[in-house]
Ligand binder design. Structure first.
Ligand SMILES: Nc1ncnc2c1ncn2[C@@H]1O[C@H](COP(=O)(O)OP(=O)(O)O)[C@@H](O)[C@H]1O
Ligand SMILES: [Mg+2]
Length: 225
C-alpha cells in the first residue's frame, strides 16, 4: 500500500493530580494516498486528539507519526509549521475566520504566511473562492456571510495552498441539515478535483456513510465490536 500518513502505537496522556488521564492508548492507523477516511465514536473517545496528532497540531506522548516515510515527531516546531502550511489543510466545527478581514483576505492568509506575493496570493485565493461558489462574496466580512458560506471560506483557506491532505473535525456540526448536506458533497467533489486525501471526524451518520472507510473509536482505541 502506498501510505501517505501513519500513526504507530500512539499514546496521549495528561497528568491529572497523582494519576494520568489516558486519552489515546497505543493506537495505529495507516492512510493511503487518495483515501477518504472517516473517524466516528462517542464524545470523549479521543477523535479530535488523534486528528490533531495526525495533523501535527499536537504531539503524542509516545509513538510515531510518519508522513511519506518521515517521522514527524522528530521535527522542530518551526519546520512542522512550514510543513503544515504546504501539505495539510484543516477545517473545524467553527470557521475560525478572522472577523476583521474579508473573505478574500482570510483565504490569502496562508499564502502570505508562506511568502507568496500579494498578487499571486490574490490570484490563488480568488480561484479557490470561485471554485467554491463564492466569487460574488470576495469582499464580504465573516459577519456578512451565512453559516454555510463562512464554512466554505474556511474550506477555501484550508485548500488554497493545494495541500495533499485535508483534515476536518465535525465540519458540518454547526450547520443546518441542508447546508450540512451541501458541504458534505463539496468535500467529495474537492477530493476528486484536487487529488486530496481526506480524514474527517463526524457525528453525522449520513455523512459517515458516504466514506469508503469508516473507523470507530472508543476510549482511545479502535472499537473492534
Ligand atoms: N488538554 C487536555 N488536558 C486534559 N484532558 C484533555 C485535554 N484534551 C482533551 N482531553 C480529554 O481527552 C478526552 C478525549 O478528548 P477528544 O479527543 O476531544 O475527544 P472527542 O473528539 O472524541 O470527543 C476527553 O475526555 C477530554 O476531556
Ligand atoms: Mg472532538
Amino acid at each position: 500500500m502506498n501510505d501517505l500518513l501513519s500513526v504507530q502505537c500512539v499514546t496521549k496522556s495528561y497528568p491529572m493530580g497523582a494519576s494520568r488521564l489516558e486519552v489515546l492508548r497505543g493506537i495505529s492507523l495507516d492512510i493511503a494516498v487518495g483515501e477518504a477516511v472517516c473517524i466516528v465514536g462517542s464524545s470523549g473517545a479521543g477523535k479530535s486528539t488523534l486528528l490533531h496528532i495526525l495533523g501535527t497540531l499536537d504531539k503524542p506522548t509516545l509513538g510515531k507519526v510518519i508522513f511519506k516515510g518521515k517521522d514527524l515527531t522528530r521535527e522542530s516546531d518551526e519546520s512542522l509549521a512550514e510543513f503544515r502550511n504546504r501539505s495539510m489543510g484543516f477545517v473545524f466545527q467553527f470557521h475560525h475566520l478572522m472577523s476583521e478581514f474579508n473573505a478574500l483576505e482570510n483565504v490569502m492568509m496562508p499564502c502570505r504566511i508562506s511568502g507568496m506575493s500579494i498578487r499571486e496570493s490574490k490570484i490563488e485565493s480568488e480561484k479557490l473562492l470561485e471554485l467554491l461558489g463564492l466569487g460574488s462574496r470576495l469582499k464580504h466580512f465573516p459577519s456578512e456571510l451565512s453559516g454555510g458560506e463562512q464554512q466554505r471560506v474556511a474550506i477555501a483557506r484550508a485548500l488554497v495552498r493545494r495541500p495533499e491532505v485535508l483534515f476536518a473535525d465535525e465540519p458540518t456540526g454547526n450547520l443546518d441539515t441542508a447546508n450540512a448536506g451541501r458541504i458534505q458533497d463539496l468535500f467529495f467533489e474537492l477530493k476528486t478535483r484536487m487529488n486530496l486525501t481526506l480524514v474527517v471526524v463526524t457525528h453525522d451518520a449520513a455523512f459517515a456513510q458516504k466514506f469508503p472507510r469508516i473507523l470507530r473509536m472508543r476510549d482511545g482505541l479502535w472499537d473492534q465490536a
